[in-house]
Every structure is written in structure tokens, then in C-alpha cells.
Design a protein around this ligand. Structure first.
Ligand code: 6PG
Length: 255
């Protein structure tokens, strides 16, 4: 499916668009299946978005008790560590809204062995989604984008990029000198909706590369995000979109 691109003219417009997509994804899921399943991302851009969702307008309109929160990736640190994506989401959003603790499915970043941590989360996901063999289908997967084209903790030149069986991988990522847990592309691409949140002029170069059509795709991990049946949405701001070709900009939604 062709990705849908929105270019926001301000941070307020960016956050509002992201919140509207979140609200719509949750409402559709709850109406169809009685609950919504969301995989959260780490990063400074998602963090701003989480804080925005916790503000009264959206806080009062989202059926938090019906939303189950998972993580697309995690740093291999304890849940109270400053680098923890879980801690970031808890502080920015989940502690401020009425999400039952049973709806918060944290990646066990504190486990000594990242491979064991990945297996444990793989099991938890399969148990929750009641899938032994098939890939869980999230209603919404939120992703950030690194300047090297990584997304979640799927980094360039890592074996995790080609993982097709496991739902979750625990690996050492040389480029960030750290162990990470990450869902794999089969999980991301099985989602009903995948949304990239990408803002700031530091991302303009990688965004230009991601959307180039004159070179082979898959040069960057983020280019492997291609939902099988779901929708792919890129929410950019004018800074991160600055180097996009005019034809791509012309086809984008501007808010
Ligand atoms: C993480 C994220 C990672 C992040 C990107 C973008 O754990 O860091 O999952 O994929 O989303 O690096 O981060 P920024 O929005 O801070 O640039």
C-alpha cells in the first residue's frame, strides 16, 4: 500500500494530527473488537506526542481502560532507568491516564540476557494475542526514525533485520554500544496501522533518502516497514520534510 504522508506546518499541527490518528485507531479497534492494541516507540519525538495525549482534550476522549500498551522496542535497562522507553511512556502519559496496570505490557529490559528477555516477551505477546503460529496483529504501531534509518531497535547491519520467525529479538547494537530488545518486521508489517512520527531538520536528510525512488529500496531499515494489509502513515513536520522531492510534497496532506 502506498504510504500516506502528512506534513505539518507547526509542532501543534504535528501533535494534533498524530493524536487524531491515535484516537481514530483506538476508536476503530474498540468498536470492532472491544479493545485496542498499541505498540509504543521510544525517542524524543514520540515522548512529546505522549505528553500531548495526556492533555485534557485527548485524555478525556480516549477509552484508556480498553487500550493495551506494548512496546516496539526497549533499551536493556531496568524499568526505572532514565533510558527506559517504558519509564518515558509511563512518565509522559501512562501515569496520567486511567490505564489499568494489567493493560501495560512492558518489555523486560532488566533481564540479564537480552535473548532470554526477547523470548519472554515473545511468549507474552503470543499469550495475549492467542497466537501460537500466526503473527500478532496490532491495531497501531508507533515508530520513530533514527538519522541512520533505524526504527524501533532495528538498526542497519544487524541480523534482526532479516528475522522472519521470532516476534522479538534481543541483541547488542554496536552503533549505540548497547543491548536492545525490538519487535521484528513481521510484527510491524502485520499491524492494521503503522505510524512514523518524524520531526526536526536533523531528520530531513534521512527522510529524503527514505523516499528516493531512483535507488533500490531496503537501503535503510525503515524502508522495510511495509504493512501487508495495514495502512502506513508518515507524520512529518516541515523541517523533516524539507528535502523531499516536490512531487512527494505535492501528494502529501498538509496540515
Ligand atoms: C528508541 C526508539 C528509536 C527512536 C528513534 C527516533 O528506543 O530510541 O525506539 O527508534 O524512535 O531513534 O528517536 P528521536 O525521535 O528521539 O529522534
Amino acid at each position: 500500500m502506498t504510504p500516506h504522508i502528512t506534513i505539518a506546518s507547526s509542532e501543534a499541527a504535528f501533535l494534533k494530527k498524530a493524536a487524531q490518528v491515535f484516537l481514530e485507531s483506538v476508536a476503530d479497534a474498540v468498536s470492532a473488537r472491544g479493545q485496542a492494541t498499541v505498540a509504543l516507540s521510544g525517542g524524543s519525538t514520540p515522548k512529546k506526542f505522549f505528553s500531548y495525549l495526556a492533555e485534557p482534550y485527548y485524555r478525556e476522549r480516549i477509552p484508556w481502560t480498553k487500550v493495551h500498551f506494548f512496546w516496539g522496542d526497549e533499551r536493556c535497562v531496568p524499568p526505572d532507568h532514565a533510558d527506559s522507553n517504558y519509564k518515558m511512556a509511563m512518565d509522559a502519559l501512562l501515569k496520567k491516564v486511567q490505564v489499568p496496570s494489567v493493560n501495560i505490557h512492558r518489555m523486560p529490559g532488566e533481564m540479564e540476557d537480552p535473548r532470554e528477555a526477547a523470548k519472554s516477551y515473545d511468549r507474552s505477546m503470543r499469550l495475549f494475542f492467542k497466537t501460537d503460529r500466526s503473527v500478532p496483529k496490532f491495531d497501531l504501531v508507533l515508530l520513530g526514525l533514527g538519522e541512520d534509518g533505524h526504527t524501533a531497535s532495528l538498526f542497519p547491519k544487524t541480523v534482526a533485520l532479516t528475522e522472519r520467525e521470532k516476534l522479538v529479538v534481543g541483541h547488542h547494537v554496536e552503533s549505540v554500544h548497547a543491548n536492545r530488545l525490538t519487535v521484528t518486521f513481521p510484527v510491524i508489517n502485520s499491524a492494521r496501522r503503522v505510524v512514523f512520527l518524524c520531526a526536526g531538520d536533523s531528520k530531513s536528510a534521512i527522510i529524503k533518502e527514505i523516499f528516493r525512488t531512483d535507488l533500490a529500496v531496503d537501503r535503510f531499515p525503515a524502508q522495510r516497514v511495509n504493512p501487508v494489509e495495514g495502512e502506513l502513515i508518515w507524520i512529518l513536520d516541515s523541517q523533516s520534510a524539507a528535502r523531499l522531492p516536490n512531487d512527494v510534497k505535492d501528494q502529501a496532506q498538509h496540515v
